[in-house]
Design a protein around this ligand. Structure first.
Ligand SMILES: Cc1cc2nc3c(=O)[nH]c(=O)nc-3n(C[C@H](O)[C@H](O)[C@H](O)COP(=O)(O)OP(=O)(O)OC[C@H]3O[C@@H](n4cnc5c(N)ncnc54)[C@H](O)[C@@H]3O)c2cc1C
Ligand SMILES: NC(=O)c1ccc[n+]([C@@H]2O[C@H](COP(=O)([O-])OP(=O)(O)OC[C@H]3O[C@@H](n4cnc5c(N)ncnc54)[C@H](O)[C@@H]3O)[C@@H](O)[C@H]2O)c1
Length: 468
């Protein structure tokens, strides 16, 4: 059995593990990374990347409904088969570039399952035999897996998790039940409808209940979904699922029955720590299965860090990527940097894009702060009007005392891009001034951020703090 020694060994190659490996190698460290399945993890193979590929097709179809006003004739349609093939090509190309970049940075890559042998030794069981490696620091980035609640049982062709959706070509049946009200269900309800499916969206609560989007944001989402005939049917619960014969029959707890061709579950993800032997090295998980860590992202073993879905309840690629930066800064430079998850942007891609970060007004008041809201709607934006796409707004939460930026929400096309203007601002104390005095391209959606700072300045008496 061969044994090698590294500065940092990383388990899992999703956005968290991959980013940690790249950053540590760029900082001159000897890095090993272990992956048991597909390079790139959930995000690249079964999450953000293929989902956004499908979302783009969905948006093109949705936009085509306004084409007649412009004298563009004809109707467009899209199908899931072609969409599935398209994402396969995109994923393969991104994966190739990831693997190539790791090779160029001389990162040692191992295909196999990692597990702790002791606090400085990782065992790897792989296709090319077993080996162990030693490292001074470790990063656990093993991600999560789809949660399948009773009475559902995952079954190919009938009841699919989002992982199964991308692992092989989805079933042909047209009538699909989407279960859940979280991000996965809210995104796929729109995407599937635009890809020609007849969507039956079943959930126990309103869409995106867990994320503190404002009532205005929820209203824009609801209207945009309705415009595309996508509506959530609120149900009391799920009593039984029958997959015998053709199709799937779902019995609801109120006795009603729903019959569909197949089901797509968006019923949450849970952290994945199976087979890591964490107990051997004294690392604990919380009651939900997330690896316990401190704000510097260290587990109870200070040289073993935990990042991304395996430890972060937000479970987004954005959080995994940001965790990677914090962990590597702390391992390599000993910075003792604390992660501030609230300032990592979150974006949802549905009939409209919704993005947010930081505090909402309630959270600010809970902290004893005095929040004020700066608002600008896209309905008067020359860029949005020219695109026939005026849904949404920019909402900035400022602190009445200091003029600091406390949080922000952007709803509408390109919200997932525009949110970077908030997350990349040099610091929160000066962010509003920075946005107000910036140089903008015209006409552009980004200008609405500057307009929102002006509402704060004039309406809330923050002119001195913002317009200096
Ligand atoms: C349908 C869908 C769409 C999504 N869209 C978005 C989006 O638009 N934006 C966003 O921010 N987030 C999105 N997410 C969430 C995002 O995919 C995850 O938050 C992200 O992938 C987590 O990254 P990670 O590095 O923590 O783990 P993962 O990406 O889950 O990667 C973990 C890796 O570790 C490997 N592994 C596990 N155990 C071992 C072991 N013992 N040894 C070796 N390897 C191991 C796994 O095989 C896996 O490849 C989406 C998720 C889903 C399901
Ligand atoms: N754009 C993004 O950033 C993005 C996109 C997709 C997924 N993700 C992440 O992936 C993770 C998984 O997403 P998700 O939407 O599956 O999870 P979620 O936790 O957001 O939502 C889970 C849904 O399943 C429902 N549910 C749970 N148990 C149930 C039961 N027994 N019966 C009926 N319904 C039940 C919940 O009520 C909820 O509506 C999330 O943490 C999310 O942040 C992020």
């Amino acid at each position: 059995m061969s044994e090698e020694t590294y500065d940092i060994a990383i388990i899992g190659s999703g956005p968290g593990g991959y980013r940690a490996a790249i950053l540590a190698a760029l900082k001159g460290r000897r890095v090993a990374i272990v992956e048991k399945a597909d390079w790139g993890g959930c995000c690249l193979n079964r999450g953000c990347v293929p989902k956004k590929d499908w979302h783009h097709t969905a948006q093109l179809i949705a936009a085509s409904r306004n084409f007649a006003k412009r004298g563009i004739a004809g109707t467009l349609s899209a199908g899931m088969d072609a969409a599935w093939e398209h994402q396969e090509g995109v994923v393969a190309s991104v994966q190739e570039s990831y693997v190539d970049y790791m090779k160029r940075l001389k990162i040692a890559t191992f295909e196999g399952t990692g597990r702790f042998v002791d606090t400085h030794t990782l065992g790897i069981v792989g296709r090319d035999g077993d080996r162990t490696l030693k490292a001074e620091a470790f990063v656990i980035a093993t991600g999560g897996r789809a949660h399948v609640p009773e009475p559902f049982v995952a079954e190919a062709g009938k009841v699919l998790t989002s992982d199964m959706l991308f692992d092989s070509r989805p079933p042909a049946g047209k009538r699909v039940a989407i279960v859940g009200s979280g991000v996965v269900a809210t995104e796929f309800a729109f995407i599937f409808a635009m890809l020609g499916k007849e969507v039956v969206w079943l959930a126990r609560s309103e869409p995106l209940r867990k994320i503190p989007f404002s009532p205005q944001a929820r209203g824009v989402l609801r209207d945009a979904l309705a415009r595309h005939d996508v509506a959530l049917r609120k149900v009391s619960g799920f009593a039984a699922v029958d997959t015998s014969g053709d199709g799937v029959r779902i019995k609801l707890t109120d006795g009603d029955k729903v019959e569909v061709d197949w089901v797509c579950l968006g019923t949450g993800r849970v952290p994945y720590t199976e087979g890591l032997d964490l107990d051997k090295v004294g690392i604990e998980c919380d009651e939900h299965g997330f690896v316990r860590r401190n704000p510097q992202l260290q587990t109870s073993q200070p040289h073993i860090y935990a990042i991304g879905d395996v430890a972060s309840p937000e479970m987004t690629a954005n959080h995994a990527l940001s965790d990677a930066t914090v962990a590597v800064n702390n391992i390599v430079d000993g910075r003792g940097q604390a992660q501030d998850s609230a300032w990592v942007p979150l974006a949802v891609y549905s009939a409209v894009e919704l993005a947010r970060l930081g505090m909402d007004e309630d959270a600010a008041e809970d902290e004893g702060l005095e929040p004020a809201v700066g608002f600008a709607a896209f309905e008067t934006s020359p860029r949005a009007l020219g695109q026939d796409d005026t849904d949404g707004f920019v909402r900035l939460i400022g602190d009445m005392d200091s003029g600091a930026l406390l949080g922000g929400e952007i709803v509408g096309s390109e919200a997932g891009e525009l949110i970077h203007l908030l997350s990349l601002a040099p610091d929160r104390d000066t962010a509003l001034r920075w946005l107000a005095s910036g140089r903008y391209n015209h006409p552009a959606r980004a200008e609405e951020l500057a307009n929102a700072t002006e509402t704060l300045a004039s309406k809330w008496g923050l002119a001195d703090a913002i317009l200096r």
